[in-house]
Design a protein around this ligand. Structure first.
Ligand code: ADP
Ligand code: MG
Length: 722
């Protein structure tokens, strides 16, 4: 029997895995590791002169401009700290519009002119970098002959050290702009939109009589879903290697129907991996909290405690990098694609979002009687209005070729953006339509019928997994975000549109001079509840009825990226982003162009892979089997034994179909529409369905061809050998 080498290697890896002690939590407690590699507040305080520390802290806490003279002193302190820990290089880290993290390393060493070298790091080197930026997507903002790009130190996100077996690098979080000042990254809009949110939320808090109002920040806690498979499989699947997802693969005998994976016992190798990931993330000051098995076989989740949204976005990028990096040490590959396997659940990134500060606390905390909590209701109403007005935008900023496979499938929220409020709040907003709200449904307690078990306090509303945007107690959970994307664009969209609605409400309240404040608030709430409750939906978002109901309510249903992304540069988006200085029309148009480009490139690579794999792997395997079958029929006939040619006919039929469909794909690929938008539509509506048609034939072949000669690992192997 010959069996695929990848399978044998993976079986051996899974079987022979022995726990090796790579993290020593027993010797150094997780609390001791936490923040070890971060130039954090504690280190700053210890290492900086008092005045410099105070000046830096003021910038971090209040957004005040950085005092130029402090930079050199801070740079020296950071350098000394980093060198003591073995750093040889520093790097301005930024988030270009590829959605990935970019880094360019420079050594600290400078020749001293006497044949030696000294370690140098000036304030200027800390504050500003100049990577040659010609190869990052700019959406036409920059021609390659004006390739200059600048990175600028983000004081509000701490510098940190990245350790490698052979050395240490000092990483400096930065924003990235073109030399004409146009924004080319995901961080700048986050920072600008957070500033807008602070300004508008502050107006509301002032109206409610607060006088001490520290900076209000957006907070974010992104839950990350991912798959882990044995790396032997990954390396023998060109589609996983180059597209991040399987483009072929017959349905395995067992999928996720037993619901035996969700919250199941975590396999030993995976748990060891998680421990090491967490140890690494603790050192970087990433507050990882939760880990568990997810719904699909070999799918898992990791979630942090929430933080300032800008810092959370940086930490999220580091989380993805760490998950991928450490996996290899365990012979595993971490798949962050939204739909690596057809037929089982895909991966998302639930972006939990709220806003608040150290004095007024979480502004989306309803308390136990939300109907009386006017301040909460104003903030909640602002979110409702924002999401209703910009539902299309919230769909557009999570749109990608890969997330299209997940949104609207059976396990993920639909492409229609609506809000789940829960029973209690939905009831309060119903009351608000008619005037002031008079009551809040009580949460109550639950008795379990056994005295030794505690009486449980009940939440005021159940959960709803089918909603793309759900209120979950004291925050909103934006569930349509893609597993593989930076949370930058979704975050800045949310911040910007909520700032716009807070501005709208604050302006109304400030103008309502003759009225009692309480009545003015009640009027605005009634207006918003009446005009915007179409976006509130507490039912089953997966159901067909919802699609019809949503259409009646006039909610956009932007099924694919091609339909969704134009909203990025639509009039209403430009108006909001320009008003709050988040992005200009030109920058938004550039983002739209990049979205189209990325979409086309993704599907093009998938089409390349389908052609390559079908032509060089599946067809040869099928033809070999066809020959075996034909020889068999001929031999039987020669021996005078009745021969059944049905299987031969079936295989021959599939081979002919495969060749015909590959021909069609090649014809479709010869068509080149003249605009990017049309090209994206062509890929979406013509090329992609053709890839599915080809997959169907190959998957049928997989179910009849001999297992021992099938050229790539199967779903059964990849999902269950662990
Ligand atoms: P659930 O299980 O309902 O999703 P969790 O308490 O596990 O709720 O929280 C999920 C995520 O939401 C975590 O990352 C958590 O830090 C985050 N979160 C909690 N409160 C806030 C908040 N005020 N702002 C942003 N994120 C939050
Ligand atoms: Mg959650």
């Amino acid at each position: 029997m010959s069996v695929s080498p990848a399978r044998l290697a993976a079986i051996s890896a899974a079987n022979n895995y022995r726990t090796t002690n790579t993290v020593a939590f027993k010797e150094s407690h997780s609390a001791a590791l936490y923040g070890k590699n971060v130039f954090n507040d504690k280190v700053m305080q210890a290492r900086l002169p008092k005045a410099v520390y105070r000046s830096l802290k003021k910038t971090i806490d209040t957004g005040a401009p950085l005092d130029g003279s402090t930079a050199d002193i801070v740079a020296t302190a950071i350098k000394d700290w980093a060198l003591e820990r073995g750093a040889t290089h520093y790097s301005h880290v930024f988030q270009p519009l590829t959605g990935l993290t970019a880094e360019k390393h420079d050594s600290f060493l400078e020749p001293d002119g006497k044949g030696g070298a000294i370690a140098e790091f000036s304030g200027k080197q800390l504050i500003q970098g100049e990577p040659d930026a010609s190869s990052f997507p700019s959406g036409g903002i920059r021609a390659t002959f004006e390739a200059r790009g600048y990175t600028a130190w983000d004081v509000t996100s701490n510098c940190y050290l990245v350790e490698n077996a052979n050395g240490v690098t000092l990483c400096i979080p930065t924003a990235f702009v073109s030399w004409t000042g146009e924004v080319l990254d995901h961080k700048t809009p986050i920072l600008r939109s957070m500033k807008a949110l602070d300004e508008q939320a502050r107006r509301i808090l002032k109206l409610f009589g607060h006088t001490n109002i520290p900076m209000i920040t957006a907070t974010a806690g992104p839950e990350q879903e991912y798959f882990l498979i044995d790396r032997n499989f990954y390396l023998s699947r060109p589609d996983l290697l180059s597209a991040g997802r399987t483009l072929f693969g017959a349905k395995p005998p067992k999928g996720q129907e037993f619901e035996d994976q969700y919250f199941g016992v975590i396999p030993d190798r995976v748990l060891a991996y998680m421990h090491e990931c967490e140890a690494e993330m603790y050192k970087l000051g990433i507050p990882i909290k939760t880990r568990h098995n997810e719904v699909a076989p070999s799918q898992y989740e990791i979630a942090p405690i929430y933080e300032n949204a800008n810092v959370a976005a940086d930490h999220q990028q580091l989380t993805m990098i760490t998950l991928k990096r450490i996996a290899r040490k365990y012979g595993l590959e971490c798949l962050l694609h939204e739909k690596p396997f057809a037929g089982v659940n895909g991966s998302g990134k639930h972006l939990n979002w709220s806003l608040g500060n150290s004095a007024q606390g979480n502004l989306l905390d309803p308390g136990s009687t939300p109907h009386e909590n006017m301040q909460f209701l104003v903030f909640c109403a602002a979110v409702i209005r924002a999401v209703h007005r910009h539902a299309g935008l919230l769909r557009a900023v999570v749109a990608s070729a890969s997330n299209d496979h997940r949104l609207g499938a059976n396990e993920a929220p639909p492409a229609i953006i609506s809000i789940f409020l829960g029973e209690q709040l939905a009831d309060v907003f119903e009351q608000l339509k008619k005037g002031k709200a008079k009551s809040s449904k009580k949460a109550g307690t639950m008795h379990l019928g056994v005295d030794s078990l505690p009486v449980l306090p009940k939440d005021a509303g159940d959960r709803n997994r089918t909603s793309p945007f759900a209120f979950t107690g004291n925050k909103f959970e934006y569930r349509a975000v893609a597993a593989n994307q930076s949370i930058g664009a979704p975050l800045s969209a949310l911040n910007t549109i909520v700032a716009e609605s807070l501005d709208y409400i604050a302006t109304k309240l400030e103008k309502a001079k003759g009225k009692k404040f309480e009545d003015a608030v009640a009027d605005v709430l009634t207006e918003i509840a009446t005009e915007h409750s179409a976006v509130i939906f507490n039912g089953n978002g997966y159901s067909e009825e919802w699609h019809q109901e949503a259409a009646r309510r006039g909610l956009p249903n932007l099924k694919t990226t091609v339909e969704a992304v134009p909203v990025i540069a639509a009039k209403q988006t430009v108006a909001a982003y320009e008003k709050y200085g988040v992005l200009t029309r030109r920058e938004l148009e550039a983002r739209l162009e990049i979205a189209y480009e990325q979409y086309c490139k993704h599907i093009k690579v998938e089409a390349n892979l389908v052609t390559e794999m079908a032509t060089t792997k599946y067809l040869p395997a099928a033809i070999r089997y066809q020959t075996v079958l034909a020889d068999n029929v001929a031999s039987l006939k020669a021996a005078g034994i009745p021969a059944d040619a049905k299987l031969l006919e079936k295989v021959s039929g599939l081979i002919a179909d495969l060749q015909a469909e590959l021909g069609k794909l090649s014809d479709l690929r010869a068509i080149h529409p003249d605009t990017l938008a049309k090209e994206a539509a062509h890929y979406c509506h013509e090329v992609l369905p053709q890839l599915v048609a080809i997959r169907k034939i190959v998957d049928s072949l997989e179910t009849v061809c001999p297992d021992d000669s099938w050229p790539v690992p199967t779903y059964e192997e990849m999902l269950f050998i662990k």
